[in-house]
Design a protein around this ligand. Structure first.
Ligand code: FAD
Ligand code: FES
Length: 350
């Protein structure tokens, strides 16, 4: 049994099945609703219910407060229909979005190895190619745990999907992916998701800022840009605790030698040995130093843990780069559901 969802102001309708979320039904039908985390934590997918009844599912009280539920708001990534629905969504046309319909895939794990002491690289070969834009993410179906978001680190043309999984203390999915998943095992996933992709039409210098395993999306974006001969400058800052946690250094150093428009800036925050003569401190501090606190004319793409992203946004805004030119992918975990993020009140693009 299913219900109809009518999406205003475009007036299009889609069918939603029992247990299927509003977001899933829309994305599979090629109707692109705003979304980011995909599991009730970030509030990007909040829409207005104009008519009908929903079950709010796993929407956290932090992302969807009680008074908002009373006002008829819902999180499209969690809400399931209990009747026909009419919703009103903020569907912004984006000239750089490809609007690829969400699909299910089954994949074989062809390689798995530690990239650092805390980050495991996984290489998956799906049964058919996964179409995505560099920067987007997949939902992995982790057996016995549920769905979890991981950004794609490989470039869009690659047959293999590369993921970088940081093990989270007490995290069921990341522990399973580190300790139980082995080469040749099968894994299901849903893709593509997210709106973290390069706005190529802007044709401006690009700042890629990554924290820890937040290198995944920027790596994919960089490989994609360089492969197509992107000419404006690209700077990648990668923040890691120490040398052991700094991965893909050789790859980025050799890309910087090959491409005059690409600069690689690794930044170490802890225990720096005397042999290290690179940037130190937090990545937002290095960002400020490198650009003398003036980011005008850039497009910035920030990826990684929410506190790193908030600190970088504050730095960029002080250096006169504003909301429309800052794009983010926050690696939310369940722990963030109870911790209100420190966000600039000027920044609605959460
Ligand atoms: C769009 C997106 C892309 C991402 N891409 C990547 C990526 O490329 N690489 C990567 O490493 N990570 C990525 N992440 C983060 C990744 O999805 C999470 O690390 C993962 O979902 C954690 O799952 P888990 O089951 O291991 O831990 P969770 O179940 O999320 O638990 C994490 C921690 O929170 C604690 N916790 C659980 N519930 C609560 C609660 N109610 N209150 C307080 N604490 C609680 C747990 O004990 C544990 O310590 C991404 C996240 C998003 C949203
Ligand atoms: S996408 Fe729905 S809350 Fe993040």
């Amino acid at each position: 049994m299913g219900y109809e969802i009518t999406i205003e102001p475009i007036g299009q309708s889609v069918t939603v099945h029992d247990g299927q979320t509003v977001l899933d039904a829309c994305l599979r039908a090629g109707i692109w609703l705003p979304h980011a985390c995909g599991h009730g934590l970030c509030a990007t997918c909040k829409v207005q219910l104009l008519d009908g009844e929903v079950d709010h599912g796993d929407a956290s009280n932090f992302a969807l407060m009680d008074f908002e539920r009373d006002e008829g708001k819902l999180l499209a990534c969690c809400a399931t229909a209990q009747s026909d629905l009419v919703i009103e969504a903020d569907i912004e046309e984006d000239p750089d979005a490809r609007y690829l319909p969400l699909q299910d895939f089954s994949a074989t794990v062809v390689e798995a190895r530690m990239l650092t002491p805390t980050i495991r690289g996984l290489w998956l070969e799906p049964d058919r190619p996964v179409a995505f834009q560099a920067g987007q993410y997949v939902m992995l179906h982790v057996p016995g745990v549920g769905e979890r978001a991981f950004s794609i680190a490989s470039a869009p043309g690659d047959r293999r999907i590369e993921l970088h999984v940081r093990k989270v203390g007490g995290g069921a999915a990341t522990t399973w992916l580190h300790e139980r998943l082995m080469p040749n095992q099968r894994l299901d996933l849903t893709a593509p998701l997210g709106r973290f992709f390069v706005r190529k039409s802007a044709d401006r210098p690009i700042l890629l800022v990554a924290g820890g395993s937040g290198l995944s999306s920027p790596k994919s974006m960089l490989l994609d840009l360089l492969a197509e001969g992107w000419e404006p400058p690209i700077t990648l800052l990668h923040g890691a605790r120490n040398l052991e946690e700094l991965y893909y250094r050789e790859l980025f150093e050799s890309l910087a030698l090959e491409h005059a428009n690409f600069t690689y800036v690794p930044v170490l925050s802890d225990s720096v040995s005397e042999a290290w003569n690179g940037e130190t401190g937090y990545v937002h501090e290095a960002l400020k130093r490198r650009f003398a606190n003036d980011f005008r004319g850039h497009k910035a793409y920030l990826c990684g843990p929410p506190p790193m992203i908030e600190a970088c946004i504050a730095t960029l805004m002080q250096g006169r780069l504003f909301e429309q030119d800052i794009h983010t992918e926050r690696f939310f975990t369940a722990a963030d559901a109870g911790a209100p993020a420190r966000r600039s009140p000027l920044f609605k693009n959460i």
